[in-house]
Design a protein around this ligand. Structure first.
Ligand SMILES: *Cc1c(COP(=O)(O)O)cnc(C)c1O
Ligand SMILES: [Zn+2]
Length: 417
């Protein structure tokens, strides 16, 4: 049996079979996994998918998985929930949240891409897996490598959030902090991948890795009752997730699993690292790389690998992109927590804040169904909010002390009298 998928150059179309390779040697464009869609069409129906376990492997025919691959973790199928109270703040009744802050095993959507990458790392015979990361990818590679019995080497820019560092080391990974930006770390990893026989999930395994992001889109459609939304708002780092949600919707249409309808894609970035949203706003095709300076470290990629494809996805859909300063990111994290009970990391604050602006600008219509993509967990970036909350003085364990405290809290100005 041979695989029903293979690598193909996105620009010149040359086929490269299946191997750990991400760039076409003929024209230096990125490679992408392509499928035999006739085979997928025969194998998949809404009913057949619905009978399978509720995790991302239910879409196996649309993922690059080696023949006879047996997944060992129930990754994905996170909740898609209505968000009436946040919707009220934005003036809409038709807002939904896709909540990957609770994705297994490491509480971000990166668990999806890593799961697919490691399936291929095994098939290609790697015993060591690796990545350059802004934090969440580090956590996910380290955890899933431990589970699958790989050694792992993780490269990160120095100055990451402490929870993301500890949340990598705890799994026994070797963490290598690099004095430099993510973009410098990524360049270094390309050089290491050329010399060492390691499976870098987002370098030589990148085409396989990136396909895992499609499951985020498949789930949105299935959880809407096999329908596409009118709009999605997606945080962008390298620009892969937004591109792959677009590919996912296109595949579902091609296979007849959903009806064809227009979906607008809206990209969200932090102003302190906004190469993609800046290109959208200024109407250029060229991305000017930036030096990141933002609390949204998981999105801090100044030279986005899939920036061009993200721009195409957004433009062709009739969508738009926004970016927000750090103060708004922190406020939006609080707004989401206080309206919907979801504690997201800084990237989620970016998504919520940009969505608020897009409603205010009239670019998203309140009568349309809109899905916000919440991609990471707030417990990993608590430092973004420590300034917002003062540590409270303890009070004595007596009822009278509590009554005084209650009065002072409800009535802060009267306290002085
Ligand atoms: C990596 C990441 C993204 C964006 O991913 P790209 O596919 O590189 O655009 C979004 N949110 C979080 C929390 C991430 O860690
Ligand atoms: Zn090519």
């Amino acid at each position: 049996m041979t695989a029903s998928y293979e690598l193909r150059c996105r620009e010149c179309g040359k086929g490269w079979g299946n191997q750990p390779k991400s760039i076409c040697e003929e024209c230096f464009s990125p490679l992408e996994v392509t499928y035999d869609y006739d085979e997928a069409r025969r194998a998949l129906s809404r009913e057949r998918i619905g009978e399978r376990p509720t995790n991302m492997w239910r879409y196996a025919e649309l993922l690059p998985l080696p023949v006879n691959y047996r997944p060992s973790l129930p990754v994905g199928f996170t909740p898609l929930i209505r968000a009436p109270r946040l919707g009220e703040a934005f003036g809409t009744k038709r807002l939904l949240i896709k909540n990957d802050a609770v994705c297994l095993p490491t509480l971000s959507f990166k668990d999806r891409v890593v799961a697919v990458a490691l399936a291929n790392a095994r098939a290609f015979g790697f015993d060591t897996v690796s990545c350059s990361s802004t934090g969440n990818l580090a956590n996910s590679v380290a955890a899933q490598a431990a589970r699958e019995g790989f050694k792992s080497w993780i490269f990160v820019p120095s100055g990451l959030e402490p929870a993301k560092i500890l949340g990598t080391q705890v799994y026994g990974a070797t963490l290598v902090p690099i004095e430099g930006s993510y973009d410098q770390v990524n360049r270094l990893c390309s050089q290491i991948a050329d010399e060492h026989h390691w499976g870098f999930v987002n370098v030589n395994l990148r085409p396989y890795y990136a396909e895992g992001s499609k499951t985020f889109g498949f789930e949105i459609a299935e959880q809407l009752g096999w329908q596409l939304p009118d709009n999605v708002v997606v945080p962008m780092a390298g620009g892969s997730l937004i591109t792959k949600i677009g590919k996912a919707f296109g595949e579902l249409i091609k296979l007849g699993l959903v009806e064809d309808k227009p979906v607008k894609f809206f990209g969200a970035q932090a102003t302190g690292c906004s190469p993609i949203s800046t290109a959208i706003k200024t109407g250029t095709r060229e991305i000017a790389p930036q030096k990141p300076a933002t609390i949204a470290r998981s999105l801090a990629i100044g030279n986005p690998a899939d920036g061009h494809y993200a721009i195409s996805t957004i433009r062709q859909s009739g969508g738009w992109a926004e970016d927000v300063p750090d103060a708004e990111i922190a406020q939006a994290m609080q707004l989401l927590a206080q309206t919907e009970g979801i504690f997201t990391e800084t990237a989620g604050g970016v998504t919520v804040a940009c969505a608020g602006r897009l409603y205010a600008q009239g670019r998203i219509a309140p009568g349309e169904t809109t899905v916000l993509c919440i991609t990471g967990n707030g417990l990993k970036t608590t430092d973004a909010l420590t300034a917002a909350y003062q540590p409270a003085e303890p009070i004595p364990p007596r009822f009278a002390a509590f009554e005084d405290y209650l009065q002072a809290t409800l009535n802060p100005t009267a306290e002085v009298a």
